[in-house]
Design a protein around this ligand. Structure first.
Ligand code: 4AD
Ligand code: MG
Length: 476
Protein backbone atom coordinates (compact mmCIF):
# COMPACT_ATOMS: atom_id res chain seq x y z
CA UNK A 1 0.00 0.00 0.00
CA UNK A 2 1.24 3.53 -0.83
CA UNK A 3 2.41 5.58 2.15
CA UNK A 4 0.40 8.64 3.13
CA UNK A 5 1.96 11.51 5.08
CA UNK A 6 0.56 11.98 8.57
CA UNK A 7 -0.18 15.66 7.87
CA UNK A 8 -2.38 14.69 4.95
CA UNK A 9 -4.01 11.80 6.78
CA UNK A 10 -4.93 13.94 9.80
CA UNK A 11 -6.36 16.67 7.58
CA UNK A 12 -8.33 14.77 5.01
CA UNK A 13 -8.68 11.03 5.48
CA UNK A 14 -12.17 9.66 6.11
CA UNK A 15 -12.99 7.25 8.90
CA UNK A 16 -13.08 3.69 7.57
CA UNK A 17 -10.31 4.20 4.99
CA UNK A 18 -7.33 1.83 4.86
CA UNK A 19 -3.99 3.68 5.17
CA UNK A 20 -0.26 3.08 5.41
CA UNK A 21 2.00 5.41 7.41
CA UNK A 22 5.71 5.40 8.23
CA UNK A 23 7.46 7.34 10.95
CA UNK A 24 9.27 7.38 14.29
CA UNK A 25 7.82 6.45 17.67
CA UNK A 26 7.61 9.39 20.03
CA UNK A 27 5.95 7.58 22.93
CA UNK A 28 4.41 4.21 23.70
CA UNK A 29 1.83 3.55 26.39
CA UNK A 30 0.06 0.34 27.33
CA UNK A 31 -3.41 0.47 28.82
CA UNK A 32 -5.96 -2.32 29.35
CA UNK A 33 -3.91 -4.58 27.12
CA UNK A 34 -3.90 -2.12 24.22
CA UNK A 35 -0.79 -0.36 22.92
CA UNK A 36 -1.01 3.34 22.06
CA UNK A 37 1.85 4.66 19.94
CA UNK A 38 2.40 8.33 19.10
CA UNK A 39 3.97 8.27 15.63
CA UNK A 40 5.56 11.30 13.95
CA UNK A 41 6.84 11.47 10.37
CA UNK A 42 8.10 15.07 10.26
CA UNK A 43 5.33 16.28 7.96
CA UNK A 44 3.58 18.01 10.86
CA UNK A 45 3.98 18.84 14.51
CA UNK A 46 1.10 16.48 15.30
CA UNK A 47 1.55 12.80 16.00
CA UNK A 48 -0.75 10.09 14.73
CA UNK A 49 -2.09 7.79 17.40
CA UNK A 50 -1.57 4.15 16.43
CA UNK A 51 -3.63 1.57 18.31
CA UNK A 52 -2.57 -2.08 18.29
CA UNK A 53 -3.40 -5.16 20.28
CA UNK A 54 -0.30 -6.92 21.62
CA UNK A 55 -1.78 -10.34 20.82
CA UNK A 56 -1.52 -9.45 17.08
CA UNK A 57 2.27 -9.01 17.26
CA UNK A 58 5.23 -11.32 17.84
CA UNK A 59 7.15 -10.67 21.07
CA UNK A 60 10.30 -9.37 19.24
CA UNK A 61 8.25 -6.75 17.43
CA UNK A 62 6.64 -5.65 20.69
CA UNK A 63 10.06 -5.29 22.30
CA UNK A 64 11.31 -3.11 19.43
CA UNK A 65 8.52 -0.55 19.63
CA UNK A 66 10.33 2.04 21.75
CA UNK A 67 10.83 5.82 21.54
CA UNK A 68 13.01 6.46 18.47
CA UNK A 69 12.29 3.25 16.59
CA UNK A 70 10.86 3.54 13.09
CA UNK A 71 7.68 1.80 11.99
CA UNK A 72 5.55 1.04 8.97
CA UNK A 73 1.90 0.63 9.95
CA UNK A 74 -1.06 -0.36 7.81
CA UNK A 75 -4.56 -0.31 9.19
CA UNK A 76 -7.99 1.28 9.40
CA UNK A 77 -8.59 4.97 10.07
CA UNK A 78 -10.98 5.10 13.01
CA UNK A 79 -12.73 7.84 14.96
CA UNK A 80 -10.73 8.34 18.13
CA UNK A 81 -12.19 7.80 21.60
CA UNK A 82 -9.61 10.17 23.07
CA UNK A 83 -9.98 13.95 23.39
CA UNK A 84 -6.60 14.70 21.82
CA UNK A 85 -7.31 13.75 18.21
CA UNK A 86 -10.11 13.35 15.67
CA UNK A 87 -8.87 10.09 14.24
CA UNK A 88 -6.40 7.32 14.94
CA UNK A 89 -5.06 4.35 13.04
CA UNK A 90 -5.93 0.83 14.15
CA UNK A 91 -2.94 -1.20 13.05
CA UNK A 92 -3.46 -4.47 11.22
CA UNK A 93 0.11 -4.87 10.03
CA UNK A 94 3.04 -3.37 11.84
CA UNK A 95 6.69 -3.66 10.78
CA UNK A 96 9.62 -2.31 12.74
CA UNK A 97 11.94 -0.66 10.19
CA UNK A 98 14.69 0.15 12.66
CA UNK A 99 14.91 -0.39 16.40
CA UNK A 100 16.37 2.11 18.84
CA UNK A 101 17.80 0.54 21.98
CA UNK A 102 19.54 3.13 24.21
CA UNK A 103 18.03 6.02 22.25
CA UNK A 104 19.43 9.27 23.76
CA UNK A 105 16.24 11.26 23.10
CA UNK A 106 13.91 9.75 25.67
CA UNK A 107 10.53 11.50 25.95
CA UNK A 108 11.30 14.10 28.62
CA UNK A 109 12.48 17.70 28.66
CA UNK A 110 15.96 18.21 27.21
CA UNK A 111 17.89 21.47 27.25
CA UNK A 112 18.65 23.14 23.92
CA UNK A 113 22.34 23.01 24.87
CA UNK A 114 22.13 19.21 25.23
CA UNK A 115 20.23 18.88 21.96
CA UNK A 116 23.03 20.82 20.20
CA UNK A 117 25.40 17.99 21.13
CA UNK A 118 23.09 15.54 19.33
CA UNK A 119 22.20 17.85 16.46
CA UNK A 120 21.87 14.80 14.18
CA UNK A 121 18.91 13.59 16.25
CA UNK A 122 17.27 16.87 17.25
CA UNK A 123 15.22 16.95 14.01
CA UNK A 124 13.00 14.43 15.79
CA UNK A 125 11.83 16.84 18.47
CA UNK A 126 8.77 19.09 18.31
CA UNK A 127 10.84 22.25 18.63
CA UNK A 128 13.32 21.49 15.85
CA UNK A 129 10.64 20.04 13.60
CA UNK A 130 8.79 23.37 13.89
CA UNK A 131 11.96 25.46 13.45
CA UNK A 132 13.11 23.65 10.31
CA UNK A 133 9.67 23.57 8.69
CA UNK A 134 9.50 27.34 9.26
CA UNK A 135 13.04 27.82 7.95
CA UNK A 136 11.96 26.01 4.80
CA UNK A 137 8.82 28.14 4.47
CA UNK A 138 10.89 31.34 4.76
CA UNK A 139 13.40 30.17 2.14
CA UNK A 140 10.60 29.22 -0.23
CA UNK A 141 8.83 32.56 0.32
CA UNK A 142 12.05 34.46 -0.42
CA UNK A 143 12.18 32.93 -3.88
CA UNK A 144 8.45 33.46 -4.35
CA UNK A 145 8.69 37.15 -3.36
CA UNK A 146 11.55 37.94 -5.73
CA UNK A 147 10.02 35.92 -8.52
CA UNK A 148 6.75 37.85 -8.17
CA UNK A 149 8.73 41.10 -8.36
CA UNK A 150 10.58 40.07 -11.53
CA UNK A 151 14.02 39.53 -9.98
CA UNK A 152 16.57 37.10 -11.46
CA UNK A 153 18.08 34.55 -9.05
CA UNK A 154 21.85 34.57 -9.37
CA UNK A 155 24.38 32.05 -8.02
CA UNK A 156 27.43 34.05 -7.04
CA UNK A 157 30.72 32.23 -6.39
CA UNK A 158 31.55 30.76 -3.00
CA UNK A 159 35.27 30.63 -3.77
CA UNK A 160 36.58 34.11 -4.44
CA UNK A 161 39.71 36.22 -4.54
CA UNK A 162 37.97 39.37 -3.34
CA UNK A 163 37.07 40.70 0.08
CA UNK A 164 33.71 42.35 -0.54
CA UNK A 165 33.39 43.97 2.87
CA UNK A 166 36.96 45.26 2.88
CA UNK A 167 37.55 44.33 6.49
CA UNK A 168 36.08 40.87 7.04
CA UNK A 169 38.14 38.00 8.39
CA UNK A 170 38.07 35.23 5.77
CA UNK A 171 38.71 31.50 5.49
CA UNK A 172 41.49 30.53 3.08
CA UNK A 173 40.81 28.09 0.27
CA UNK A 174 43.93 26.27 -0.90
CA UNK A 175 45.20 22.90 -2.06
CA UNK A 176 48.72 23.67 -0.87
CA UNK A 177 49.96 21.38 1.89
CA UNK A 178 50.21 23.41 5.12
CA UNK A 179 53.60 21.93 6.02
CA UNK A 180 55.13 22.25 2.52
CA UNK A 181 54.17 25.75 1.42
CA UNK A 182 56.01 26.84 -1.73
CA UNK A 183 57.87 30.07 -1.02
CA UNK A 184 58.93 33.02 -3.14
CA UNK A 185 62.44 34.48 -2.85
CA UNK A 186 61.28 36.99 -0.23
CA UNK A 187 59.92 34.15 1.94
CA UNK A 188 56.23 34.80 1.25
CA UNK A 189 53.95 31.98 0.05
CA UNK A 190 53.95 31.49 -3.73
CA UNK A 191 50.24 31.36 -4.48
CA UNK A 192 51.01 31.03 -8.22
CA UNK A 193 51.54 27.36 -7.40
CA UNK A 194 48.15 27.05 -5.72
CA UNK A 195 45.08 25.57 -7.43
CA UNK A 196 43.71 28.90 -8.70
CA UNK A 197 47.19 30.45 -9.16
CA UNK A 198 46.15 33.17 -6.72
CA UNK A 199 45.06 33.64 -3.11
CA UNK A 200 41.45 32.60 -2.61
CA UNK A 201 38.90 32.60 0.22
CA UNK A 202 35.36 31.57 1.06
CA UNK A 203 33.10 34.51 0.20
CA UNK A 204 31.86 36.96 2.84
CA UNK A 205 29.22 38.35 0.45
CA UNK A 206 28.04 37.92 -3.13
CA UNK A 207 27.29 41.62 -3.42
CA UNK A 208 30.02 42.78 -5.79
CA UNK A 209 29.19 40.06 -8.33
CA UNK A 210 25.48 40.78 -7.86
CA UNK A 211 26.15 44.46 -8.65
CA UNK A 212 27.73 43.47 -11.96
CA UNK A 213 24.65 41.39 -12.79
CA UNK A 214 22.23 44.14 -11.71
CA UNK A 215 23.92 46.50 -14.18
CA UNK A 216 22.54 44.37 -16.99
CA UNK A 217 19.63 42.39 -15.59
CA UNK A 218 18.41 45.35 -13.50
CA UNK A 219 17.02 43.36 -10.54
CA UNK A 220 18.79 40.29 -9.20
CA UNK A 221 19.30 38.47 -5.91
CA UNK A 222 21.75 35.95 -4.56
CA UNK A 223 20.78 33.61 -1.75
CA UNK A 224 23.40 31.26 -0.44
CA UNK A 225 26.08 30.37 2.07
CA UNK A 226 28.37 33.11 3.34
CA UNK A 227 31.41 32.75 5.56
CA UNK A 228 32.95 34.94 8.25
CA UNK A 229 36.07 33.92 10.15
CA UNK A 230 35.48 36.41 12.97
CA UNK A 231 35.94 35.06 16.46
CA UNK A 232 32.41 36.08 17.50
CA UNK A 233 31.01 33.72 20.11
CA UNK A 234 27.53 35.21 20.46
CA UNK A 235 23.91 34.10 20.08
CA UNK A 236 23.73 36.14 16.83
CA UNK A 237 26.86 35.05 14.94
CA UNK A 238 27.74 32.03 12.82
CA UNK A 239 30.91 31.35 10.85
CA UNK A 240 28.73 29.92 8.05
CA UNK A 241 25.30 31.41 7.41
CA UNK A 242 22.89 32.13 4.58
CA UNK A 243 22.46 35.61 3.21
CA UNK A 244 19.85 36.95 0.81
CA UNK A 245 21.32 39.79 -1.23
CA UNK A 246 19.11 41.65 -3.70
CA UNK A 247 20.75 44.25 -5.92
CA UNK A 248 18.69 46.71 -7.97
CA UNK A 249 19.61 49.13 -10.75
CA UNK A 250 17.84 52.54 -10.64
CA UNK A 251 16.96 52.21 -6.91
CA UNK A 252 18.01 54.92 -4.47
CA UNK A 253 18.33 54.47 -0.70
CA UNK A 254 14.59 55.12 -0.10
CA UNK A 255 13.56 52.52 -2.69
CA UNK A 256 16.05 50.12 -1.10
CA UNK A 257 14.58 50.55 2.41
CA UNK A 258 11.03 50.20 1.07
CA UNK A 259 11.92 46.91 -0.64
CA UNK A 260 13.55 45.53 2.52
CA UNK A 261 10.55 46.49 4.66
CA UNK A 262 8.09 44.96 2.18
CA UNK A 263 10.16 41.76 2.02
CA UNK A 264 10.42 41.36 5.80
CA UNK A 265 6.68 41.87 6.30
CA UNK A 266 5.87 39.53 3.39
CA UNK A 267 7.99 36.76 4.92
CA UNK A 268 6.49 37.13 8.39
CA UNK A 269 2.97 37.11 6.95
CA UNK A 270 3.77 34.07 4.81
CA UNK A 271 4.88 32.05 7.85
CA UNK A 272 1.85 33.16 9.87
CA UNK A 273 -0.41 31.93 7.10
CA UNK A 274 1.44 28.76 6.09
CA UNK A 275 2.77 27.45 9.42
CA UNK A 276 0.06 28.21 12.01
CA UNK A 277 0.54 25.00 14.01
CA UNK A 278 4.30 25.27 14.26
CA UNK A 279 4.06 28.96 15.20
CA UNK A 280 1.37 28.27 17.80
CA UNK A 281 3.63 25.63 19.35
CA UNK A 282 6.60 28.04 19.51
CA UNK A 283 4.29 30.78 20.79
CA UNK A 284 3.25 28.51 23.69
CA UNK A 285 6.92 27.94 24.48
CA UNK A 286 7.54 31.68 24.75
CA UNK A 287 4.51 31.94 27.07
CA UNK A 288 5.84 29.16 29.27
CA UNK A 289 9.33 30.64 29.36
CA UNK A 290 8.33 34.22 30.22
CA UNK A 291 4.99 34.28 31.96
CA UNK A 292 4.89 37.72 33.55
CA UNK A 293 7.37 40.24 32.17
CA UNK A 294 6.12 42.29 29.29
CA UNK A 295 8.78 44.18 27.39
CA UNK A 296 9.37 44.24 23.65
CA UNK A 297 11.52 41.09 23.63
CA UNK A 298 9.44 39.14 26.13
CA UNK A 299 6.11 39.64 24.38
CA UNK A 300 4.57 36.33 23.35
CA UNK A 301 5.83 35.32 19.93
CA UNK A 302 2.67 35.92 17.91
CA UNK A 303 2.27 39.41 19.36
CA UNK A 304 5.87 40.20 18.45
CA UNK A 305 5.20 39.16 14.85
CA UNK A 306 1.90 41.00 14.61
CA UNK A 307 3.48 44.21 15.85
CA UNK A 308 6.07 44.12 13.09
CA UNK A 309 3.56 43.86 10.27
CA UNK A 310 1.11 46.32 11.84
CA UNK A 311 3.15 49.53 11.58
CA UNK A 312 5.71 51.22 9.34
CA UNK A 313 9.34 50.88 10.48
CA UNK A 314 10.81 53.87 12.28
CA UNK A 315 13.44 55.60 10.10
CA UNK A 316 16.17 57.77 11.67
CA UNK A 317 19.63 58.95 10.66
CA UNK A 318 22.78 57.85 12.42
CA UNK A 319 23.18 61.42 13.68
CA UNK A 320 19.72 61.34 15.28
CA UNK A 321 20.51 57.93 16.78
CA UNK A 322 23.67 59.30 18.40
CA UNK A 323 21.73 62.26 19.84
CA UNK A 324 19.14 59.93 21.37
CA UNK A 325 21.76 57.58 22.78
CA UNK A 326 23.95 60.36 24.14
CA UNK A 327 21.02 61.95 25.96
CA UNK A 328 19.71 58.61 27.27
CA UNK A 329 19.61 57.77 30.98
CA UNK A 330 21.42 54.53 30.18
CA UNK A 331 24.37 56.48 28.79
CA UNK A 332 24.41 59.10 31.53
CA UNK A 333 24.26 56.47 34.25
CA UNK A 334 27.10 54.48 32.67
CA UNK A 335 24.88 51.49 31.82
CA UNK A 336 26.49 50.94 28.41
CA UNK A 337 29.65 48.85 28.27
CA UNK A 338 30.70 51.18 25.44
CA UNK A 339 29.58 54.68 26.48
CA UNK A 340 28.56 56.98 23.62
CA UNK A 341 31.12 59.79 23.43
CA UNK A 342 29.72 61.47 20.35
CA UNK A 343 29.38 61.56 16.59
CA UNK A 344 31.59 59.02 14.86
CA UNK A 345 31.21 56.23 17.45
CA UNK A 346 30.26 52.86 15.99
CA UNK A 347 26.95 51.50 17.28
CA UNK A 348 27.33 48.36 19.39
CA UNK A 349 24.64 45.72 19.85
CA UNK A 350 23.70 47.25 23.23
CA UNK A 351 23.01 50.64 21.56
CA UNK A 352 20.97 49.06 18.79
CA UNK A 353 18.89 47.17 21.30
CA UNK A 354 18.33 50.30 23.40
CA UNK A 355 16.93 52.12 20.37
CA UNK A 356 14.69 49.27 19.25
CA UNK A 357 13.55 47.73 22.51
CA UNK A 358 13.46 50.67 24.91
CA UNK A 359 13.23 53.90 22.95
CA UNK A 360 11.12 53.24 19.83
CA UNK A 361 9.68 49.83 20.75
CA UNK A 362 9.54 48.85 17.07
CA UNK A 363 11.93 48.05 14.21
CA UNK A 364 14.31 50.91 13.46
CA UNK A 365 16.04 51.76 10.19
CA UNK A 366 19.22 53.78 10.71
CA UNK A 367 20.56 55.62 7.68
CA UNK A 368 23.51 57.82 6.71
CA UNK A 369 26.33 56.44 8.83
CA UNK A 370 29.78 58.08 8.99
CA UNK A 371 31.85 56.88 6.03
CA UNK A 372 34.71 55.87 8.34
CA UNK A 373 32.71 52.98 9.84
CA UNK A 374 31.16 51.66 6.61
CA UNK A 375 32.35 49.69 3.56
CA UNK A 376 34.09 51.27 0.55
CA UNK A 377 31.25 50.67 -1.93
CA UNK A 378 28.64 52.84 -0.16
CA UNK A 379 27.58 56.05 -1.86
CA UNK A 380 29.14 59.26 -0.51
CA UNK A 381 26.55 61.83 0.65
CA UNK A 382 26.90 65.52 -0.19
CA UNK A 383 28.21 66.35 3.29
CA UNK A 384 31.25 64.14 2.41
CA UNK A 385 31.10 62.80 5.99
CA UNK A 386 28.33 60.24 5.68
CA UNK A 387 27.32 57.51 3.24
CA UNK A 388 23.89 56.37 1.98
CA UNK A 389 23.87 53.30 4.24
CA UNK A 390 20.94 51.65 5.99
CA UNK A 391 20.78 49.06 8.75
CA UNK A 392 17.48 47.57 9.90
CA UNK A 393 17.34 46.64 13.57
CA UNK A 394 14.79 44.21 15.05
CA UNK A 395 13.77 43.65 18.67
CA UNK A 396 15.72 40.87 20.32
CA UNK A 397 17.96 40.50 17.29
CA UNK A 398 19.66 43.81 16.57
CA UNK A 399 20.89 44.18 12.98
CA UNK A 400 18.90 41.95 10.64
CA UNK A 401 19.55 43.82 7.36
CA UNK A 402 22.55 45.86 6.21
CA UNK A 403 22.63 47.67 2.89
CA UNK A 404 23.24 50.88 0.99
CA UNK A 405 22.99 52.83 -2.19
CA UNK A 406 26.22 52.06 -4.06
CA UNK A 407 28.84 54.57 -5.19
CA UNK A 408 28.24 54.62 -8.94
CA UNK A 409 30.64 57.54 -9.71
CA UNK A 410 34.02 56.17 -10.80
CA UNK A 411 36.16 59.05 -9.50
CA UNK A 412 34.51 59.05 -6.07
CA UNK A 413 34.73 55.26 -5.80
CA UNK A 414 38.42 55.25 -6.74
CA UNK A 415 39.28 57.97 -4.22
CA UNK A 416 37.47 56.10 -1.48
CA UNK A 417 39.13 52.77 -2.32
CA UNK A 418 42.54 54.42 -2.20
CA UNK A 419 41.74 56.08 1.14
CA UNK A 420 40.62 52.75 2.57
CA UNK A 421 43.58 50.88 1.02
CA UNK A 422 41.37 48.55 -1.02
CA UNK A 423 43.29 46.68 -3.71
CA UNK A 424 42.08 48.22 -6.98
CA UNK A 425 44.07 45.71 -9.08
CA UNK A 426 41.84 42.73 -8.29
CA UNK A 427 38.71 44.89 -8.56
CA UNK A 428 39.28 46.28 -12.07
CA UNK A 429 36.29 44.30 -13.29
CA UNK A 430 34.15 45.94 -10.59
CA UNK A 431 35.42 49.39 -11.59
CA UNK A 432 34.53 48.53 -15.20
CA UNK A 433 30.87 48.51 -14.18
CA UNK A 434 31.33 52.22 -13.34
CA UNK A 435 33.28 52.87 -16.55
CA UNK A 436 30.67 51.42 -18.88
CA UNK A 437 27.09 52.56 -18.46
CA UNK A 438 27.08 53.14 -14.72
CA UNK A 439 23.70 53.88 -13.07
CA UNK A 440 22.51 54.61 -9.54
CA UNK A 441 21.85 51.31 -7.81
CA UNK A 442 21.27 49.84 -4.37
CA UNK A 443 21.05 46.59 -2.47
CA UNK A 444 21.08 44.95 0.93
CA UNK A 445 21.89 41.74 2.76
CA UNK A 446 19.38 39.93 4.97
CA UNK A 447 20.75 37.26 7.30
CA UNK A 448 18.44 34.24 6.90
CA UNK A 449 19.25 32.76 10.32
CA UNK A 450 18.60 36.04 12.14
CA UNK A 451 15.19 36.21 10.47
CA UNK A 452 14.43 32.57 11.34
CA UNK A 453 15.48 33.39 14.91
CA UNK A 454 13.08 36.31 15.03
CA UNK A 455 10.15 34.43 13.53
CA UNK A 456 10.60 31.30 15.67
CA UNK A 457 11.58 33.14 18.85
CA UNK A 458 14.62 30.88 19.28
CA UNK A 459 17.17 32.68 21.43
CA UNK A 460 20.35 31.14 20.04
CA UNK A 461 21.22 31.33 16.32
CA UNK A 462 22.79 27.85 16.65
CA UNK A 463 19.28 26.47 17.07
CA UNK A 464 17.95 27.68 13.70
CA UNK A 465 20.59 26.15 11.40
CA UNK A 466 20.86 22.35 11.08
CA UNK A 467 24.57 22.04 11.86
CA UNK A 468 26.06 25.29 13.20
CA UNK A 469 29.63 26.33 12.47
CA UNK A 470 31.08 28.52 15.22
CA UNK A 471 34.56 29.15 16.63
CA UNK A 472 35.86 25.81 17.91
CA UNK A 473 32.98 23.79 16.48
CA UNK A 474 32.51 22.13 13.09
CA UNK A 475 31.03 18.82 14.29
CA UNK A 476 28.74 16.79 12.05
O1 4AD B 1 25.96 43.86 7.20
P1 4AD B 1 26.58 42.76 6.40
O2 4AD B 1 27.97 42.38 6.72
O3 4AD B 1 26.43 43.25 4.89
C1 4AD B 1 26.99 42.71 3.79
O4 4AD B 1 27.63 41.69 3.75
C2 4AD B 1 26.60 43.43 2.53
N1 4AD B 1 27.52 43.01 1.46
C3 4AD B 1 25.17 43.12 2.18
C4 4AD B 1 24.71 43.82 0.94
O5 4AD B 1 24.54 45.02 0.95
N2 4AD B 1 24.51 43.09 -0.15
O6 4AD B 1 25.66 41.45 6.50
C5 4AD B 1 24.31 41.50 6.13
C6 4AD B 1 23.45 40.72 7.11
C7 4AD B 1 23.48 41.26 8.53
O7 4AD B 1 22.58 42.33 8.69
C8 4AD B 1 23.06 40.04 9.34
O8 4AD B 1 21.66 39.85 9.28
C9 4AD B 1 23.72 38.91 8.55
O9 4AD B 1 23.94 39.38 7.24
N3 4AD B 1 25.01 38.52 9.15
C10 4AD B 1 25.21 37.44 9.91
N4 4AD B 1 24.36 36.47 10.32
C11 4AD B 1 24.86 35.47 11.08
N5 4AD B 1 26.17 35.38 11.44
C12 4AD B 1 27.06 36.33 11.07
N6 4AD B 1 28.35 36.22 11.41
C13 4AD B 1 26.58 37.42 10.26
N7 4AD B 1 27.17 38.49 9.70
C14 4AD B 1 26.21 39.16 9.04
MG1 MG C 1 26.26 45.14 8.73
Amino acid sequence: MKRIKIKELLATTQVGTQACVKGWVRTKRISKNIIFIALNDGSTLHNLQIVVEPSQLPEVTLQSIVPGSSLCVEGTVTASQGQQQRIELHGKQLTVLGDAANYPLQPKKHSLAFLRTIAHLRFRTNTFGAVFRIRHAISYAIHQFFHEQGFVYLHTPIITGIDAEGAGAMFHVTTLAPDHLPKQEDGSVDFLQDFFAQRTHLTVSGQLEAEAAALGLAEVYTFGPTFRAENSNTTRHLAEFCMVEPEMAFYDLKDNIALAETLLKYLIRFVMEQCPDDLAFLHQKTLAAQPSRNTETTLPLLERLERIIAQPFQCITYTEAIDILKASKANKKGKFVYPIQGWGDDLQAEHERYLVERFFKQPVVITDYPNAIKAFYMRQNEDEKTVAAMDILFPGIGEIVGGSQREERLDKLLTRMQQMKINTETLQWYLDTRRFGTVPHSGFGLGLERLVQFITGMENIRDVIPFPRTPGNASF
